[in-house]
Design a protein around this ligand. Structure first.
Ligand SMILES: Cc1ncc(COP(=O)(O)O)c(C=O)c1O
Ligand SMILES: N[C@@H](CCCC[NH3+])C(=O)O
Length: 434
């Protein structure tokens, strides 16, 4: 069994995370429970930042908070000197309440509303990543109304097909995001933006997809954009100060996954951008990246209580847990795969094969198919690894299941950072018929 970060087995024979006994955590905070290894998140953040610092490259590592946005997480990102990518008024609000420095907030999204843009301008956030012509016009109008100066990046669709699940691909030509590079939209957008007095066009952005294991796509995207930077330097007298290559760095969910280290992604990107800009005599831009999953994904573990089981003779055994697609929709949405062990007997020989079912009324609510586990009983706790990204942030109340609590563990201390929802929380916005 491969353990991540500070995860291991303690002297009681239980899974331990951040120096805290996982079984003890379930007694104190209940199940399902999201547990985050803070040391591992810090390590990931530092390795991305160091990879730029070691080469003296001006950079911003912006945590893509859509992966896991809570006040404590955003405060951790601030402690580690990250910038922050937000994608909605709600994420921006969370960042503001967390006290995140506004100048390091970048605002994304393909359909930002007037209210969201006004909020961003009123707060004087660091930059807005403009996605489309509609937004360009709207932002221009608002910036004039408010007499506000706005830093912007233009989101470019470079026409790259990264090798990942179709639903998490974003850089291909037929995408809902960004200005297309090939068909001239990107150039038209840049011309329009450069004419707006209140705008400062800092540079260009692209994001080619998520859970990517190789650098080819990032390098190709960089190449396509830098080639255009050369064209636009001469044609429009525009030199990008910033090249933002988005997020998408993959992590290891199962033994089949073979991601690179953060430093490997970064050093290859730096090498390529340096080579390209030198060959065109362009100034080396600042490089910004936006990792989400790779900062928090493998730091998260979900603990569930084992419940009912059902045998389909000669076919399979289903073992149900007290959560499911309501706290982790990724298996249902992307056929995502996970590994798991029993937290109270992680080293016991896994000589049975069971399929882990959630408790939602959907046949598709299966968390893991054909998982090797030891014999189980009612007291057992299932620990599913690598649930830190897009687990809590995509959790929902389907079947009116309350969202689990979130606990941060570090140096033997557990801190509750999100309270478990109650049944009363579930109905708090409901109104009676009369
Ligand atoms: C624009 C943008 N930046 C960053 C991210 C973060 O991606 P990941 O969590 O794969 O690093 C995403 C999500 O895919 C995104 O859409
Ligand atoms: N939510 C997705 C990633 C989406 C990326 C957002 N652009 C996942 O769980 O893998």
């Amino acid at each position: 069994m491969y353990f991540y970060g500070t995860t291991g087995v303690n002297k009681n024979g239980n899974l331990e995370i951040g120096g805290v006994d996982s079984v003890q955590l379930t007694k104190e905070f209940g199940t399902p429970l999201y547990v985050y290894d803070v040391a591992l998140m810090r390590e990931r953040a530092r390795s991305f930042k160091q990879a730029f610092e070691e080469q003296n490259i001006k950079a911003q590592v912006a945590y893509a908070s859509k992966a896991f946005s809570t006040i404590a997480m955003i405060q951790l990102a601030e402690e580690e000197g990250l910038s922050l990518d937000v994608v909605s008024g709600g994420e921006l609000y969370t960042a503001l309440v967390a006290g995140f420095p506004v100048e390091r907030i970048h605002f994304h999204g393909n359909n930002k509303s007037r209210e969201e843009l006004e909020m961003a301008l009123d707060q004087e956030i660091g930059c807005i990543v403009v996605d489309n012509f509609f937004e360009l016009e709207l932002l221009k109008t608002i910036s004039i109304e408010k007499n506000a100066h706005v830093n912007i990046l233009l989101r470019i669709t470079p026409g790259i097909e990264a090798h990942t699940h179709d639903y998490i691909l974003t850089g291909q030509e037929d995408s809902k995001f960004g200005f297309d590079l090939q068909n001239g939209q990107a150039e038209d957008a840049l011309k329009m933006a450069l004419e707006v007095e209140n705008f400062e066009v800092l540079g260009l952005h692209c994001h080619i997809g998520s859970q990517i294991f190789e650098t080819t796509g990032f390098l190709l995207a960089a190449k396509k954009i830098v080639e255009k930077m050369e064209v636009w330097k001469h044609k429009l007298s525009f030199e990008a100060k910033v090249l933002n290559l988005g997020g998408g760095f993959g992590i290891r969910y199962t033994k089949e996954d073979e991601p690179l280290q953060p430093s490997q992604y970064v050093s290859e990107i730096i090498r390529e951008v340096k080579k390209l800009t030198e060959s065109y005599s362009l100034k080396m831009p600042e490089i910004w990246i936006e990792p989400g999953r790779s900062l928090v994904g493998d730091a998260g573990i979900t603990l569930y209580k084992v419940g009912s089981s059902k045998e389909v003779p000669g076919v399979r055994k289903y073992l149900a847990v007290d959560g499911g697609m309501s706290d982790n929709i990724r298996p249902a949405l992307y056929q995502a795969k996970y590994e798991a062990v029993l937290a109270n007997k992680p080293l016991t020989k896994a000589d049975k094969t069971v399929s882990i079912a959630g408790k939602c009324c959907e046949s598709g609510d299966m968390l893991i198919w054909d998982l090797p586990l030891p014999e189980t009983n009612e007291e057992d706790i299932l620990a599913v690894f690598c649930t830190g990204a897009y687990g809590y942030s995509m959790a929902n109340n389907y079947n009116r299941i309350p969202r689990p609590a979130v606990v941060f563990v570090e140096n033997g201390t557990a801190t509750l950072v999100v309270k478990r929802e109650t049944f009363a929380d579930l109905i708090q916005h409901d109104l009676p018929l009369k």
